[in-house]
Design a protein around this ligand. Sequence first.
Ligand code: AMP
Length: 423
Amino acid sequence: MQSIDNFNFAGKKAFVRVDFNVPLDENFNITDDTRIRAALPTLKKILADGGSVIIGSHLGRPKGVTDKYSLKHILKHVSELLGVDVQFANDCIGEEAGVKAAALQPGEALLLENLRFYAEEEGKPRGLAEDATDEEKKAAKKAVKESQKEFTKRLASYADCYVNDAFGTAHRAHASTALIADYFDADHKMFGYLMEKEVKAVEKVMNDITRPFTAIMGGSKVSSKIEIIENLLNKVDNLIITGGMTYTFTKAMGGKIGKSICEEDKLDLALDLMKKAKEKGVNLVLAVDAKIADDFSNDAKTAYADVDKIPDDWEGLDIGPKTIEIYADVIKKSKTILWNGPTGVFEFENFTDGSRAVGEAIVEATKNGAFSLVGGGDSVACVNKFGLASGVSYVSTGGGALLEAIEGKVLPGIAAIKGEPYK
Ligand code: AMP
């Protein structure tokens, strides 16, 4: 496989798929430019080599050309961060884009308009009538798949090589994230630096495991994490199931959980997961006590209770001190750690103790040589909120993509670069 470090971009044009899907306020100011900064090492390396870049990205979920989602709003900031005057093409596949891409000189950059202004990027039909028949839906799908080929070919035609640095969309088989790779041979397609780091981190927790391996899965619902839990049961030594999911397990075992969050229809599933853990020799770690509240609010009255003896009008909003000790002990003895999801309602200041303690235990284990990966939405918010991000081995930037990777799914954005099947 080609690597960005070994590739000399001098005199070459690179199509770089980035994830510039940044949040904007009502005046189109970028409120968090982390994703743009994350792609800078890749873009700068290409320009420094004497190459030029054609940058492709999506922004938001437009259903057609929409000013609100135009990448022109971020052009100035990208130019400032990159340190070059980035040009802009108002239409990613129009004549202007072709002319500007062809005229690019070494060290120059061109940002294409939002790729998702075209249905072909995602390959999903748009504008179908609500009462469309199955036949009509099928025909529309076929049509967009056909035109997607032309769209992809057009994007590929701008460049000599393809670099994918958009881990956030690696789980999508879109034109610019996967299909485009077919237009370049193995020597001319590669991961960008960000993508390379993400892929390595995922590899380390999924395939190159130093034991003991502990996964901490939090979050509100078991139903949204079933596939991940099932896949992890084949990999981990310890599985801490925490957060709102706790109470479905406790209730399934006959405990009293008051008005804590619970998925009544998943009680059997919880028991089944416990059985599977036992069969596979996985140490399933559940909470023994909870910080309970008389209302779902930061200002609620609080107390501690055994997790299976929560009074009727109370609910568990975080783990209690005994559980913190148990979790911390398991985590500190681990050599590979994966954390996804808080132990409680960490958005409320009074229910952050458990998540903070988990983060701190991970930092300590990391200091002692463990590899720790934090990712998938809320746990990233947790480590940032508690100022612990620099103490863990890797904080993933890809929410959905990371979750699919730990579910064991093939990510099209990765497979396409490796030349492996993904459909
Ligand atoms: P998820 O989006 O499934 O990863 O879940 C994260 C959300 O779960 C966060 O917004 C937490 O506030 C919520 N959560 C964690 N613990 C609890 C709990 N005990 N009761 C209700 N919600 C919870």
